[in-house]
Ligand binder design. Structure first.
Ligand SMILES: Nc1nc2c(c(=O)[nH]1)N[C@H]1C(S)=C(S)[C@@H](COP(=O)(O)O)O[C@H]1N2
Ligand SMILES: [Mo]
Length: 340
């Protein structure tokens, strides 16, 4: 078995056959939903593949949509749609397509089958610890934060560095709400994020020990405070499915997807620039900023176009993923024109 590091683009060739893998995962879904339907007809206490909260999530989900953890804030979903953030030029990705095309290496590197492995992961209850250069550090219950800040729905483009893309309705609250609550000191110039570390619940953490778990990412303070940066707790009007990073992940829509860490357990506000996982593993391929830029190719492939997953077509990639008018002012020319 190879123990070499497999960077986000290792399976690019596979992405060329994605319509087929989507097709096969749909077949599997149709089969498993039929089985779930039969179980219901027999009076089994079904965990429906319909987005309902499950009393207990079984070790193996019955289908890709059956991975929503029991959520104490279920009544807050769907959040209020914020019409300011829409993607008028292309349709939403279908929820089953999004649920069966995931990068979540803590579970599996095969995107079509991540969902099959997330059952043992306990996504609620959940706390977020905030430490570092802040006035009010603390550990916050996610449900309390959701109630305090309220939830809104925003449709964003999602662009993976592997040159595929989706169009997704996320639910959440802006990260700046949480940061304002803890009050960063003037010495706090960056925010780093840590994902969970539970090898007993995540087969990919057990079986791929060569990745430096837990997943770690970071933003500059102005990026973290930007209105677009979303603490994301839901997708398609429901709480996040586990394969999308339940119960809370960051979404930074103008950056490549790996800058949006899933299942985040802590934030640290720091003086210096924190290390980030993919930049540490392959600095020549993945920069700290990693803003979407069609004019700067990855060293191994072009970033000029992207495949819209589930639609079997490619479109041109937009500078800063279509968010240039809101975020271009954050960056120097150097950052905007190079792999940085
Ligand atoms: N903890 C963690 N976060 C992660 C990843 C991961 O493997 N682990 N993959 C990233 C990548 S490469 C992408 S493209 C997006 C995919 O999000 P989605 O599966 O919800 O579409 O999650 C990002 N966040
Ligand atoms: Mo990605």
């Amino acid at each position: 078995m190879s123990h070499s590091i497999l960077p986000p683009g290792w399976s690019l060739a596979e992405s060329l056959v994605t319509p087929e893998s989507v097709y096969w995962s749909r077949r599997r879904f149709i089969r498993t939903s039929a089985a779930a339907g039969a179980a219901l007809a027999l009076g089994a206490c079904g965990s429906g593949a319909n987005g309902e909260t499950n009393a207990r999530t079984p070790p193996r989900p019955s289908g890709p949509l059956d991975t929503i953890p029991e959520t104490p804030t279920r009544d807050l979903y769907p959040g209020t749609r914020n019409p300011r953030w829409a993607v008028p030029e292309r349709p939403l990705t279908e929820r089953i397509v999004a649920a069966t095309h995931n990068n979540f290496y803590e579970f599996l590197t095969d995107k079509a089958r991540v969902w099959e492995n997330v059952g043992p992961f306990e996504a609620r209850p959940w706390t977020i610890e905030v430490t570092g250069e802040v006035e009010n550090p603390g550990t916050f219950d996610l449900a309390d934060l959701e109630r305090e800040f309220g939830l809104e729905e925003r449709i964003y483009r999602l662009r993976c560095v592997e040159a595929w893309a989706m169009t997704v309705p996320w639910t959440g609250f802006p990260l700046h709400r949480l940061l304002s609550k803890v009050q960063p000191l003037s010495s706090g110039r960056y925010v780093s994020f840590l994902s969970f570390n539970r090898p007993e619940q995540a087969i990919g953490q057990r079986e791929q020990p060569w990745y430096p778990w837990p997943y770690y990412e970071a933003l500059r303070m102005d990026e973290a405070m930007h209105e677009l940066t979303l603490m994301t707790t839901g997708i398609y009007g429901d709480p996040l499915k586990k394969q999308h990073g339940a119960p809370v992940r960051i979404i930074v829509p103008w950056k490549y997807g790996f800058k949006s860490p899933k299942s985040v357990v802590s934030l640290q506000v720091t003086r210096g620039r924190p290390p980030t996982l993919w930049n540490d593993l392959q600095p020549g391929e993945y920069g700290f900023f990693s803003n979407v830029n069609p004019d700067v190719p990855h060293p191994r492939w072009s970033q000029a176009t992207e495949e819209l997953i589930g639609q079997e077509r490619r479109v041109e990639t937009k500078p800063l993923n279509g968010y240039a008018e809101w975020v271009e002012g954050l960056y120097s020319r150097e950052v905007l024109t190079t792999l940085s």
